[in-house]
Write a protein that binds this ligand. Structure first.
Ligand code: EPU
Length: 445
């Protein structure tokens, strides 16, 4: 295993213009796993999760849970990717800046720790490459459950004897909040009385968390809708859960097939959570077919049919909370629209500054014009390989896709960001015909 510092400097060298064919199997979801792991702080029982991907963010969360008194094992050699988490001590309750700074999702430890230990100290997450990411809604929700919260030396300090159920509105200027809903819902499981969250996030990752918490003995109804009702219980026990496949990873590879004009099969695909992407791909003229014709399965085998598409049609797309088009696929879809035959319009309504990829795609010959939260994309016939870099996970994924479709060689620098959220990305793509080499950045500069 190489040292983290060396991995930080890794790049992908991508030889573009190759057809992809074969099957890519989707890993367990990063964004589902992180709050599930934090949920283990709510009990003394053992939480056994399977399909937890081996990713940098997951390793950071393991590090955090260990600091917070948990014993954690993750069997990354077995295909089941079993993880076991068990609280050994409830005394350490400080999520330090050094960890939170590497992963904002550390904030999902706040609700569970507060509810179970009556005290939590978590470094306040700072700014981030995709824009302002406040946590005011998390704090508002926990305060309404009776927590006393103040800021001390950059840390959020939250205390409560026992939380009390309340009716809480979690809507903000950009809709609801996924991790805020996860925090308040988790905390409310151990509160006295009934909590109703209005304007709750409806993302599938919230349904996953509710399923685990209910298996632990909680009483949650309505997860996946804007109104979630939680009847508090005295204590929660251990449980087992299989993590859902990663809808953003699946969406990224569906777009890869479409934009390289390939027929690609995606296994373990949560197509029922990707209808907004399927709709936009159809708008571009790309068919998505499910084995057995069913879209209602969480783990489908799906074929994206790009080979017979002569020219991709342009489309308009606006990111929205689930079930709208996900912000986490905006960059990847834009990459594809750079090659559509006409003018597309992309509007970002969740993170209006999430456009780090625009300047980098332009370096590859894309014609993009940004006005505030909207980018007008004039399709070009060909992207040309270039050295590029983006300091955000999804923007980096979009550059890999652009590199696959481009003429010539693309160097995507600092793939460290990709390692946070895509399991074995170059291996999965190379297995279906891509040509990607991981090298030390010094080798290509
Ligand atoms: N917001 C507030 N106040 C808050 C919280 C959020 O105004 O207290 C705003 C945000 O600034 C944003 C919107 O509400 O405009 C939605 O943010 P949300 O809280 O839902 O984001 P999150 O829960 O912090 C998760 C994912 C992100 C994904 C967003 C939106 C995890 C670990 N992260 O973040 O994933 O973009 O939901 O779907 O689940 C990624 O995987 O690359 C990633 C960034």
């Amino acid at each position: 295993m190489r040292r983290d510092l060396e991995v930080l400097m890794d790049s992908f060298v991508i030889e573009g213009g190759r057809d992809l064919h074969g099957t890519i199997t989707i890993s367990g979801s990063k964004n589902a796993s992180l709050p599930l792991m934090a949920g283990a702080l709510l009990t003394d029982g053992e939480i056994a999760l399977s399909d937890v991907p081996n990713l940098r963010d997951i390793r950071n969360m393991i590090g955090l849970l260990e600091e917070l008194g948990c014993a954690v094992s993750h069997d990354i050699e077995s295909p089941a990717r079993q993880m076991k988490i068990c609280v050994q001590s409830t005394k350490p309750s400080h999520a330090r800046y050094e960890i939170v700074r590497t992963m904002r999702a550390s904030i999902c430890a706040l609700g569970p720790m507060l509810a179970r230990r009556g005290y939590a100290r978590i470094s306040m997450p700072g700014g981030c490459a995709i824009g302002d990411r406040p946590i005011d809604l998390h704090l508002r929700g926990l305060r309404e459950l009776g927590a006393d919260i103040h800021l001390d030396a950059g840390d959020i300090v939250a205390t409560a004897k026992r939380l009390a159920g309340a009716t809480i509105f979690l809507g903000g200027p950009f809709g609801s909040t996924v991790l805020g809903t996860a925090n308040v819902m988790s905390a409310a499981t151990l509160a006295h009385g009934v909590t109703v969250i209005e304007c709750a996030a409806c993302e599938p990752e919230i349904v996953e968390l509710a399923n685990l918490l209910n298996a632990m003995g909680a009483n949650i109804r309505g997860a996946g809708t804007p109104r979630v009702t939680i009847e508090g219980v005295k204590e929660l026990g251990g449980a087992e859960h299989r993590v859902m496949p990663d809808r953003i990873e699946a969406g990224t590879y569906l777009i890869a097939g479409a934009m390289t004009h390939s027929d690609l099969t995606i296994g373990n695909c949560p197509i029922d959570c990707l209808l907004s992407l399927e709709d936009r791909l159809k708008g571009c003229g790309v068919g998505v077919h499910c084995e057995n014709g069913t879209r209602t399965t969480e783990r489908a085998t799906v074929e994206v049919k790009g080979a017979d598409v002569r020219a991709l049609r342009p489309v308009q797309v606006t990111t929205q909370p689930y079930p709208g088009f996900p912000t986490d696929l905006q960059a990847q879809l834009m990459s594809m629209l750079c090659l559509a035959d006409g003018i597309s319009v992309v509007t970002e309504k969740i993170y209006p500054e999430r456009f780090l990829h625009v300047a980098e795609l332009s370096r590859m010959g894309a014609r993009l014009y940004r006005q505030g939260p909207t980018v007008v994309v004039h399709g070009v016939k060909q992207l040309i390989g270039a050295p590029v870099m983006a300091s955000d996970l999804r923007a980096s994924a979009c550059l890999v896709l652009a590199g696959l479709a481009a003429e010539g060689t693309t160097n995507v620098n600092r793939v460290y960001h990709l390692d946070r959220g895509y399991e074995n990305m170059e291996e999965k793509l190379n297995a279906v015909g891509a040509k990607i080499r991981r090298v030390d950045e010094g080798e290509v500069s």
